[in-house]
Write a protein that binds this ligand. Structure first.
Ligand SMILES: [Zn+2]
Length: 421
C-alpha cells in the first residue's frame, strides 16, 4: 500500500455531527471523519468522473481496497496527531509550554506502567499536581490534537509541541411551518459548525481552516488518485447540512506521505524499552510494546461482540492478518496496562440514504501496553510495522483502527519541571 497525504481547506463552515439523533443543539466533531471523506469522494466521482459500475469506483470506493483516514486540524504543516489519553496537564493552565501562558504537558504512560510493574504507586503521586512554582493545581487529562512546531521526533533540536484547536460557532435556524411556509413559533434550533477561518487572538490575520490526513491506496492506484480523482483544487461537499451551504472543502495539497520504516520502528521499540527499564527496573528477556490509537477502533471478539479494550489475542490476530508469513506465537502478547475509553459510532450510508448499523468503538488516543515474554521485540519491528500500516479491527477503509507502535510522545513529552518557554 502507498500512503498519500491529503489536505483540505474549508471554503464554507463545516459540521460533522457525532450522533444521528435530532436535538435542538447539534454539536460537531473537531475533525473530518474518514467515513464522511470517503462518501464525499464517492459523490464527487459519480457527479464529475464516471458511473458506479466503473472498475476504479468499485475497487477504491466500494470494495474497501483503499483506506480514507480521518483528517485532523492542522495549523502549521501537513500533519497533526491525536494526543494520547495518557497525557496530563495543569487543571487551569493546560497546554504545551510552547503555547502561550501554559503550564506544560507530560505523558504518564511510563510512570503508570512502572507503578503497575513494580507495585510502587507512590511515583504517581508526584504527577498528581502541577509543578509550576506557586501553582500546584491538580493535573487532569489533556486531549485533542497536536502538531510538532520544530525538529522531529528523536531529532535535533528536540521537537516543540503545539495543540491544534478548531474555531467553532453556533448557527441558529428557525423551524419552518410546512403549511404556511413561514417561521414556526417556538421552533428554534442551533447547529454547531467549524468556522472556515481562524485567527490568533482578536486582531490577527484570518487564515483558512485546514485539515490533513492520509489515504492508503494500492501502488497502481496512487497516480490515478493524486492526478485524476483528487487533484489540487478539487471541491468536495462533506458532512452535515450540505443543502444549506455547509461542507464545501477544497483539496489544498496532495502528495506522497512520510512513512515509518522497519528501522524507525525498531529504533522506537528499543528506546521505549530502554526508558521503561530506567523507570521500572531491568527485566531481562521481557520486552514491552505500546499501541496508541490514532483513530477510533471497532474491534469484535470471535462471537462478534464489540470489545472495549485490546487484548493480547487481538493484537496477535491482527499481526497474523497483516503478515501472512509471520510466525509469532498467537499467545505472545499479554496486556499489562490500558488507558482506554469507548464511544458509540453512528453514521449514515450516503448512497442508500439509510443509517449504518451502530457500533461501539475504542476511542482515539487510547493507549495499551503489552508484555512480550521472549524478549524479542526488536525482531518484531517488521510485523509491527505491517500492523501499523494495516490498522486493527473493522471498517479500516473508513479510517477506523489506525495506530502507532511505541509512539515517541510517551517519552518525549515530559514538560513538567521544565522552565516555561
Ligand atoms: Zn499549573
Amino acid at each position: 500500500m502507498v500512503r498519500i497525504q491529503l489536505r483540505l481547506k474549508a471554503v464554507s463552515p463545516v459540521a460533522f455531527s457525532a450522533r444521528r439523533g435530532t436535538s435542538n443543539f447539534v454539536d460537531t466533531l473537531d475533525y473530518v471523519p474518514g467515513s464522511a471523506l470517503r462518501g464525499a469522494v464517492a459523490a464527487h466521482y459519480l457527479s464529475r468522473i464516471g458511473g458506479a459500475g466503473d472498475a476504479r469506483f468499485q475497487t477504491i470506493l466500494v470494495k474497501g481496497e483503499a483506506s480514507f483516514g480521518n483528517l485532523y486540524p492542522v495549523r502549521l504543516g501537513l500533519r497533526s496527531s491525536v494526543i494520547p489519553s495518557t497525557a496530563r496537564s495543569c487543571k487551569t493552565f493546560d497546554g504545551f509550554l510552547s503555547d502561550r501562558d501554559k503550564h506544560g504537558v507530560f505523558d504518564s504512560l511510563m510512570a503508570a506502567a512502572s507503578a503497575r510493574l513494580s507495585g510502587n504507586f507512590a511515583a504517581l503521586d508526584e504527577r498528581a499536581r502541577c509543578t509550576v512554582t506557586r501553582c500546584g493545581l491538580p493535573t487532569h487529562r489533556f486531549s485533542g490534537f497536536y502538531e510538532e512546531k520544530a525538529g522531529d521526533s528523536g531529532g535535533t533540536p528536540p521537537a516543540l509541541y503545539s495543540k491544534v484547536d478548531v474555531s467553532k460557532r453556533h448557527v441558529t435556524h428557525a423551524g419552518i411551518n410546512r403549511a404556511s411556509q413561514s417561521a414556526e413559533p417556538r421552533f428554534l434550533y442551533a447547529q454547531q459548525v467549524i468556522n472556515e477561518s481562524w485567527r490568533e487572538g482578536s486582531g490577527g490575520e484570518f487564515k483558512p481552516q485546514v485539515f490533513a490526513g492520509d489515504l492508503l491506496v494500492r501502488e497502481h492506484q496512487a497516480d490515478y488518485v493524486r492526478s485524476s480523482l483528487l487533484p489540487r483544487g478539487t471541491v468536495l461537499r462533506l458532512g452535515d447540512s450540505r443543502s444549506r451551504g455547509l461542507g464545501r472543502m477544497e483539496v489544498d495539497h496532495i502528495g506522497p506521505a512520510e512513512t515509518d520504516t522497519e528501522t524507525t520502528v525498531r529504533g522506537r521499540i528499543r528506546e521505549f524499552n530502554k526508558r521503561l527499564a530506567e523507570k521500572a527496573g531491568v527485566q531481562p528477556n521481557i520486552d514491552y510494546i505500546s499501541l496508541t490509537l490514532q483513530s477510533d477502533a471497532i474491534i469484535t471478539d470471535s462471537f462478534l461482540r464489540y470489545e472495549t479494550t485490546i487484548e493480547g489475542e487481538d493484537i496477535s490476530r491482527a499481526i497474523h492478518a497483516a503478515n501472512s508469513q509471520c510466525g509469532i506465537e498467537a499467545r505472545g502478547f499479554h496486556l499489562v496496562f490500558a488507558s482506554a475509553d469507548k464511544k458509540l459510532v453512528q453514521s449514515w450510508n450516503a448512497a442508500s440514504g439509510y443509517p449504518k448499523p451502530d457500533a461501539a468503538a475504542i476511542t482515539m488516543g487510547s493507549v495499551f501496553l503489552f508484555k512480550l515474554l521472549n524478549g524479542k521485540a526488536a525482531e518484531l519491528a517488521q510485523p509491527l510495522l505491517a500492523l501499523q500500516e494495516s490498522g486493527i479491527g473493522q471498517r479500516r477503509s473508513e479510517g477506523f483502527g489506525r495506530l502507532s507502535i511505541c509512539d515517541s510522545f510517551h517519552w518525549e513529552v515530559q514538560e513538567h519541571g521544565q522552565p516555561a518557554r
